[in-house]
Design a protein around this ligand. Structure first.
Ligand code: NAD
Length: 496
């Protein structure tokens, strides 16, 4: 496969149907995490540039809102085809700026496309409901109307997919939309917006601004922006949710995670090992649904530990564009340092580094941010590390005597993005499904990512808000309910 680097000196914004060069004073380097090479520069915009995007989205809204839903979804059908036709190019870009493997990048884009497909059902999904004769001759109906300008702020770990948890639903329901990608991976959305440009969407309906905190604060503080969607780390999610609340606007803010998996001794160990290895080390552990702490019960402590250690040590790590590579680098040098230092913290807190992925030598990639799969065995269940998000290819192993103890450990986890169980017992599975304190549950599943027609249901510190991303929740989030109670006197109808 070609490993050509796609570079662009300076990333522009897309505002009011035009590519606009930024006049930002501050620019941030976009770096290929596998090679250390520069891929271009992204503007850290000031408030004035972001306000231009809000102006454009606000101006486009009245006509877009009046466009019939059937017509609003036609550009989405075109976008699905364009995304499919350019799947390889987009995926290569994702690998170049994010580091995940080409196969993982393609899988990510399939999830993006799935959301476009689901949003094409808006003419049905957006319907309200009604009842005749709530009192004699009086009818009542609930209709859904769009909000106006909406915005989404997204993280680095899925440069192609996460924007699609929001964009298709926002515009299909009649809103206009502004996206702020992560400043670490702006190239993918730059490319995707070139495809969006070809769909015939009226100017100003979708906009793209690059930047950091100032851009985000501008979106939150402008009263014309009615709804904020955020995905990223918990401290920023909490901040954005609070600031949006102060401004009286609705927000859905997805935060970080520390996803546990319980392995019972009756699990199919071969299957469990393969799936958990993929979950913990796939995308270099930088999936918000990555399993990062395995709680073994009974003899699974030994059987699972031995099998996962063997599997982790075998994974081929390198540049995700090269054939046969199973795991890429982590996003930045700072991430690598943080992950490696947390492995050290684990050691200090009493864990044994069973498989040590620190400071690996990857031939021809000395400047890459590589950490190989790492297993910390015997992490004390009471240690801080057992509940700290590492966001790298590190699996902590904790042991519990029984399911009660394992579930109590999960209760203490501040996050609730996902919890999984591996077992062959239906009764254990049912108990787990019933009691596990997380919003996405996997039973013999390592990455329990909800399909686009189900909500992405984080709990606890993994989510601030009420309506989640994707599917029906998106329709709720992006619309306002209006209830109409109607009476028409009989005499009027007799006139005709
Ligand atoms: P991040 O919080 O650093 O950044 C996310 C976005 O917020 C970026 O667009 C960034 O520019 C912006 N941002 C950063 N600091 C800000 C601030 N102080 N004020 C306003 N905006 C700010 O997250 P990241 O490092 O890009 O992504 C990794 C994190 O995202 C992990 O914690 C991961 O668990 C989480 N994540 C969660 C989900 C989920 O579904 N819950 C999905 C993907 C990633």
């Amino acid at each position: 496969m070609s490993t050509a680097i796609i570079t662009e000196a300076k990333i522009p914004h897309y505002i009011d149907g035009q590519w606009v060069e930024s006049n930002a004073r501050e620019w941030s380097e976009i770096v290929n995490p596998a090679t250390g090479e520069s891929l271009g520069k992204v503007p850290i915009s000031d408030a004035a540039e972001v306000t231009k995007a809000i102006d454009a989205a606000a101006a486009a809204y009245p006509a877009w809102r009046r466009t019939p839903p059937e017509d609003r979804i036609q550009p989405l059908f075109k976008l699905k085809v364009l995304l499919e036709d350019h799947l390889d190019d987009i995926s290569r870009l994702i690998t170049q700026e994010n580091g995940k493997t080409f196969t993982e990048a393609k899988a990510e884009m399939r999830r993006a496309i799935e959301n476009v497909e689901v949003a094409c059902g808006i003419p049905v999904m957006m319907q309200g409901y009604n009842l005749e004769d709530v009192a004699r001759g009086i009818d009542e109906m609930m209709i859904r109307q769009p909000l106006g300008v909406t915005a989404a702020i997204v993280p680095f770990n899925f440069p192609g997919m996460i924007a699609f948890w929001f964009l298709p639903y926002a515009i299909a329901t009649g809103n206009t939309f502004i996206l702020k990608p992560s400043e670490r991976v702006p190239l993918t959305m730059r490319y995707v917006y070139e495809l969006i440009e070809k769909t015939g969407l009226p100017k100003g309906v979708v906009n793209l601004v690059n930047g950091g905190k100032v851009a985000v604060d501008t979106l939150i503080d402008d009263p014309r922006v009615r709804a904020i969607s955020f995905v990223g780390s918990t401290p920023v999610a909490r901040y954005i949710y609070a600031r949006s609340g102060e401004k009286g606007k609705r927000a859905q803010c997805q935060g970080g995670a520390k996803n546990p998996v319980i392995v019972l001794p009756d699990a199919d160990m071969q299957m469990a090992t393969q799936i958990i290895s993929d979950s913990a080390f796939g995308c270099a552990g930088q999936r918000c649904l990555a399993v990062s702490v395995a709680v073994t019960i009974g003899e699974a402590q030994k059987t699972f530990r031995d099998a996962i250690a063997e599997s982790a040590a075998k994974l081929r790590v390198g540049n995700g564009l090269e054939d046969g590579v199973q795991m890429g680098p982590v996003i930045t040098k700072q991430s690598k340092e943080r992950i490696e230092s947390l492995i050290g913290v684990g050691e200090k807190q009493g864990a044994k580094v069973l498989v040590d992925g620190r400071n690996p030598k990857i031939p021809r990639h000395e400047r890459g941010n590589f950490v190989k799969p790492t297993i910390l065995d015997g992490v004390p269940a009471s240690s801080e590390l057992s509940h700290t998000e590492i966001f790298g290819p590190v699996l902590s192993m904790v042991h519990a005597n029984d399911m009660d103890e394992a579930l109590a450990f999960l209760e203490r986890n501040p996050y609730g993005n996902q919890a999984s169980l591996f077992t062959s017992s239906g009764a254990a599975a049912r108990r787990f499904r019933y009691e596990a304190p997380a919003g996405n549950i996997g039973i013999n599943i390592g990455v329990a990512a909800p399909m686009a027609y189900f909500p992405f249901s984080g709990w606890k510190d993994s989510f601030f808000g009420i309506m989640h991303g994707q599917g029906r929740d998106s329709v709720e989030f992006y619309t306002e309910k209006k209830v109409v109670v109607e009476r028409w006197a009989k005499e009027h109808s007799r006139k005709f």
